[in-house]
Design a protein around this ligand. Structure first.
Ligand SMILES: NC(=O)c1ccc[n+]([C@@H]2O[C@H](COP(=O)([O-])OP(=O)(O)OC[C@H]3O[C@@H](n4cnc5c(N)ncnc54)[C@H](OP(=O)(O)O)[C@@H]3O)[C@@H](O)[C@H]2O)c1
Length: 234
């Protein structure tokens, strides 16, 4: 009887691992894609890099360091995945998402920032809508979650140099999609903080600019952001 129970426990554990393993398209093979792709692969996810040059030596080297990893055009990668990470320059976000084909029902994690510079200073862009809202308008039906844009790429993997606690600030209109992104973040040591629907991503854009402006003016120091949501006692 004991043996039967322990086999059942092993089976349940295997099913649990299986349930949380996703196929993730990492679009963009720069600093962020190179950080998150191998990291998520090490947690059991299947990574397909979406690149403008999937056959380049740079991308081949990245695939090599990614267990079960592969590379394709961005559209092919996105079509095979249930989760799509956008890790491209903010100026390329809308054009990139339009090139992915039908992404209805897929989770799009938008890690991007738009940087408008003037006289060496980070400026506010001349738009009322956030980048993630523009992205959502270009991909109706996609489950857009803004996340990962308010921290350094290094902190996505290792939070110890910044004191151990870094918030994964997230917003989006789909609770299930946010829960999935929270699960991804927690698996790599981040502390998810859901700040609300996608309208709130306007403030993440501002925090992203703050992060970049601080890093530029205090180099080589950086800042990482930890939020403390709480309810004051009456
Ligand atoms: N670096 C950070 O610490 C950090 C932290 C948080 C958020 N972010 C944000 O995350 C996004 C990616 O940052 P990153 O540092 O990874 O940028 P990056 O090193 O410049 O890489 C961006 C990648 O996007 C792809 N890409 C697609 N269209 C492009 C285009 N028109 N021009 C240039 N590259 C294009 C390229 O990959 P392929 O050649 O494979 O197509 C490129 O390697 C940015 O929006 C950034 O603001 C960065």
């Amino acid at each position: 009887m004991m043996r039967v129970l322990s086999l059942a426990a092993v089976f349940c554990a295997a099913m649990a691992t299986q349930a949380s393993a996703d196929t993730i398209a990492v679009i963009g093979t720069g600093t962020v894609g190179t950080m998150l792709g191998p990291l998520w692969a090490s947690k059991g996810h299947t990574i397909i890099y979406g690149s403008r040059t999937p056959d380049s030596d740079k991308v081949k080297a990245l695939v090599k360091e990614t267990p079960k990893g592969s590379a394709a055009t961005s559209q092919a990668a996105a079509q095979k995945a249930s989760i799509i990470l956008l890790a491209v320059p903010g100026t390329a976000v809308v054009e990139t998402v339009k090139s992915l084909g039908d992404v209805k029902g897929k989770i799009i994690v938008d890690a991007t920032n738009v940087l408008v510079m003037k006289d060496g200073k980070v400026m506010d862009p001349d738009t009322k809508e956030s980048l993630a809202q523009q992205l959502q308008a270009a991909a109706p039906g996609a489950l857009v979650v803004k996340a990962y844009n308010t921290m350094s790429a290094a902190a996505m993997k290792d939070q110890a140099p910044a004191g151990g606690k870094i918030s994964l600030i997230m917003s989006g209109d789909d609770a299930g999609a946010k829960a999935k992104v929270a699960e991804l973040g927690k698996s790599t040591g981040l502390q998810p903080v859901d700040i609300g629907n996608l309208d709130m991503s306007r403030f993440q854009d501002q925090l992203g600019r703050f992060y970049v402006a601080y890093s530029r003016s205090h180099a080589p120091s950086r800042v990482e952001i930890e939020l403390h949501p709480y309810t004051p006692k009456p």
